[in-house]
Design a protein around this ligand. Structure first.
Ligand code: BG6
Length: 513
């Protein structure tokens, strides 16, 4: 493949200021998310010297543990997830700032005890009274924990200290429940104190969509319906539901991935240039795109959406079970593990340009990418080449696993006749910037510590995401699928997903690795 980019001689250093002094209180500190993502992210921040020296963690969960047990357990769990990412010498000083308190989230007394514990930690670590609470719990606790925190004065901020809360996804399970949760939270705290997290926004390449579009003069003039034929967004996963069968079976791929992660990718790709990088300026533009998505009428749901569920199949040469045989999944489950959708954005920039989205579990490759396909050249001079077989130009934003950008264009193949072939110009992040250990949560936790909400979801954005998928949820519920399972593990989803795009004379670009 053509490698037309010049590599710098040294890696570009990461930049950023240290987070404010503060305590991070993690509700659900004994769970998976804490060990798999939150603690490794804090550890990476600490290694990069982006944590204040006056920082501490208070873990809260039901299991009885001492501070020392908690530290030991975290170390074991983190090592189980990321192997040798931990350096024992650094861990020791890092983990000294960790404390633990056992309690039941529903128990009012817990909160006055947390208050006392925080006073003690503030005294020991000089955390300036700043606290952020991380809800790494089951979603049913989000509202009630914040309610009890507020009732105990723990969300009260002043000019000399701040209080914030990070809410994990899923934020509601449909539009109505998301609205209810927003109303409840907004009665207790100010919107500015709420950080609704979507870890896709923590990914460097997702943030880079804005850099690509708005820091380069060459793209903006062609970033519209005149030059772009269509956009494809694929979030393909090789994993099945792992140990999350019982959660996933109530959610399904649509709820799990579309109103949140995929809508972030769409809004960043399609938004107008914001007037600044102020949190609200960026989020206003994102929200406008979500509001401009053409609503699905019942009939549209039948023709513009596809759902699938994986059956048994072969992945990497090994047999894997179907979804209905996974742990925690009922044998008759009708939950979808694959979704494909064709949608339109009703504004001047995008009118008539289809956005094709798909996401699924147990697909042949782990790959998240956005394909921007440009229109064909209007007239083909090169008679020796079958024009219809040539793909038009595509700009591909690779979000993961290999982060990068590539542009596909036509070039003359060597020889005495004028024949054309397709070439790719590739830019890989790792070549330029090296690979820094990252979970995607580093940037988001750090942003919360410095009070920058740009990469967090505002109430209206969460609701706008649900408003788009709500009609699909309703129709799918009313018409349960009869053909599940309808794709084998290790394939690119049901054939209807191919038909969805092929009907329009286009086809998915599949990246096999
Ligand atoms: C989570 C979903 O939000 O995102 C999971 O609940 C999914 O089902 C995961 O696997 C995908 O995240 P990533 O970062 O691996 O693409």
């Amino acid at each position: 493949m053509a490698q037309l980019v010049e590599k710098p001689t040294a890696a570009v250093p990461r930049v950023g200021k240290q987070g404010d002094p503060c305590v991070m209180v993690i509700f659900g500190a004994a769970g998976d998310l804490t060990a798999r993502l939150l603690i490794p992210a804090l550890y990476n921040l600490s290694r990069a010297d982006l944590l204040s020296k006056e920082f501490a963690v208070l873990g809260v969960a039901r299991s009885q543990m001492t501070d020392e047990d908690f530290r030991k357990r975290l170390l074991d769990d983190v090592k189980a997830y990321c192997g040798d990412c931990i350096q024992d010498s650094h861990w020791e000083t890092f983990a000294r700032r960790f404390y633990y308190y056992a309690g039941d989230f529903g128990d009012d007394k817990l909160y006055s005890q947390i208050k006392d514990r925080l006073t003690q930690i503030d005294r020991d670590h000089d955390t300036h009274g700043n606290v952020f609470f991380y809800m790494a719990t089951a979603p049913s606790f989000f509202g009630s924990i914040v309610e009890k925190l507020a009732a105990n004065g723990l969300m009260q901020q002043d000019t000399d200290h701040w209080r914030r809360v990070i809410i994990e996804k899923p934020f509601g399970h449909d539009l109505e429940s998301a609205k209810e949760l927003n109303q409840k939270l907004l009665k207790l705290v100010d919107e500015k104190q709420i950080y609704r997290i979507d870890h896709y926004l923590g990914k460097e390449t997702v943030q880079n969509i804005m850099a690509l579009r708005f820091a380069n003069g060459i793209f903006e003039p062609i970033w519209n319906r005149r030059y772009i034929d269509h956009i494809q967004i694929s979030v393909a996963e090789t994993v099945g539901v792992e140990s999350r069968g019982s959660y996933f079976d109530h959610a399904g791929s649509l709820r799990d991935m579309v109103p949140n992660h995929i809508m972030q990718l769409i809004s960043l790709t399609a938004m107008e240039p914001p007037i600044s990088f102020d949190a609200n300026a960026v989020r206003d533009e994102q929200a406008k795109i979500l509001h401009a998505v053409q609503p699905f009428a019942n009939q549209d749901v039948l023709t513009k959406t596809v759902r699938g569920q994986y059956g048994a199949g072969t992945m990497d040469g090994e047999r894997v079970p179907g979804y209905r045989s996974e742990e925690g999944v009922p044998p008759e489950s009708r939950t979808e593990t694959f979704v494909a959708i064709r949608l339109l954005i009703d504004n001047w920039r995008w009118a008539g340009v289809p956005f094709y989205l798909r996401t699924g579990k147990r697909l042949p490759a782990r790959n998240t990418h956005i394909v921007i396909q440009f229109r064909r050249a209007p007239f083909m001079l090169f008679r020796e080449t079958q024009v219809e077989t040539m793909m038009p130009n595509q700009l591909v934003l690779n979000i993961q696993p290999e982060e990068g950008i590539s542009l596909r264009f036509a070039a003359k193949t060597p020889g005495t006749t004028m024949e054309l072939g397709e070439v790719n110009m590739n830019f890989a992040y790792a070549d330029y910037f090296g690979v820094t250990p990252s979970t995607g949560y580093e940037r988001l936790l750090h942003d919360c510590m410095i009070g920058d909400a740009t990469l967090f979801q505002r109430a209206d954005m969460v609701e706008a995401g649900w408003r788009i998928v709500d009609p699909v949820l309703d129709v799918w519920k009313a018409l349960p699928p009869r053909d599940f399972p309808n794709y084998a593990a290790g394939t690119w989803g049901p054939k209807e997903a191919d038909e969805l795009i092929e009907r329009d004379g286009r086809r998915w670009r599949n990246f096999e690795q």
